[in-house]
Design a protein around this ligand. Structure first.
Ligand code: NAP
Length: 247
């Protein structure tokens, strides 16, 4: 019987991994949280919605030979749950996580540890661009400056009183990002260290325009879980570990 790999998804890497596994004839189940109303679906079987914590996930692992946690670098709860559930069931687990961004010449970046700290660091700015995603915007609700929020689906309140929402899904070009920063006279950009090329153009646009960037650091990864940065490395790991999977 074809092995069954559970890919915890919601990212481009997860979709690319599922695509490669389906092409190789591996039985793949991709899991999405269900946060986005109209998600881009990977090939193969897809399930949507939470598992019900560590216990629910451990139960779902009964039909799974290996797990690749390819969720977003800031999806810390599901990453923690995956580590705990696979440890409980003895299921092999790999974390696939793209590298974070690092500043280059001309970048004016300030690193912070949380959305709350990010909000505190921009409280005096007149025009702020938030690309931290739809969740966690409550941390910025007290800002009194003009706030531009970009997200895939409309954000829920509470929002800062002077918020303009732009609904858009990346990738974005440097030209588009430059035009947006100019149009809204953005003084500071706030983002999470998501990494990857899909949403990096805003950082180039900010550097070109001399706009400072506040970056939220990634949450730590669980101990003892092997980590790779690319889909190719994840495929190598799956091939290497296959002999240890359930018979
Ligand atoms: P989270 O805070 O780590 O997870 C919260 C709960 O959502 C989990 O405990 C789990 O519920 C459920 N969940 C999360 N990811 C899931 C998945 N792939 N399949 C099934 N259930 C999942 O997650 P989040 O930050 O809200 O992110 C949710 C999804 O959006 C993830 O798939 C992630 O890859 C994607 N995403 C997140 C961000 C971000 O900035 N956080 C950005 C882009 C995409 P149960 O405990 O009930 O199992």
């Amino acid at each position: 019987m074809s092995p069954r790999v559970l890919v915890l998804g919601g990212t481009g890497e997860a979709r690319r991994l599922a695509t490669a596994l389906v092409a190789a004839g591996v039985d793949v189940l991709s899991s999405l949280a269900g946060r986005v109303a109209d998600p881009v679906l990977p090939p193969g079987e897809v399930r949507v919605g939470g598992f019900g914590g560590v216990e629910g996930l451990a139960e779902a692992l009964g039909e799974v030979d290996a797990v690749v946690d390819a969720t977003h670098p800031f999806a810390a709860a599901i990453t923690r749950n995956a580590a705990a559930a696979t440890a409980a069931t003895g299921t092999p687990l790999l974390r696939l996580q793209r590298p974070g961004w690092s500043a280059g010449p001309g970048d004016d970046w300030r690193w912070v540890d949380s959305l709350e700290e990010a909000a505190g660091s921009v409280r005096d700015a007149a025009s702020i661009f938030l690309t931290t995603g739809r969740q966690g915007l409550a941390a910025f609700a007290g800002l009194t400056g003009a706030v531009l929020v970009r997200s895939v689906d409309p954000p829920d309140p509470p929002l800062p009183p002077r918020t303009t929402v732009v609904l858009a899904r990346g990738p974005f070009t440097v030209e588009e990002e430059t035009a947006l920063l100019r149009e809204h006279a953005v003084e500071v950009l706030v983002t999470k260290d998501s990494g990857g090329a899909m949403t990096a153009a805003k950082l180039t646009a900010a550097r070109d325009l001399g706009v400072p960037v506040v970056l939220v650091r990634r949450p730590p990864l669980p101990d003892g879980v092997p980590v790779v940065a690319t889909v190719e490395k994840a495929l190598d790991w799956l091939a290497d570990t296959r002999q240890t999977w359930n018979p």
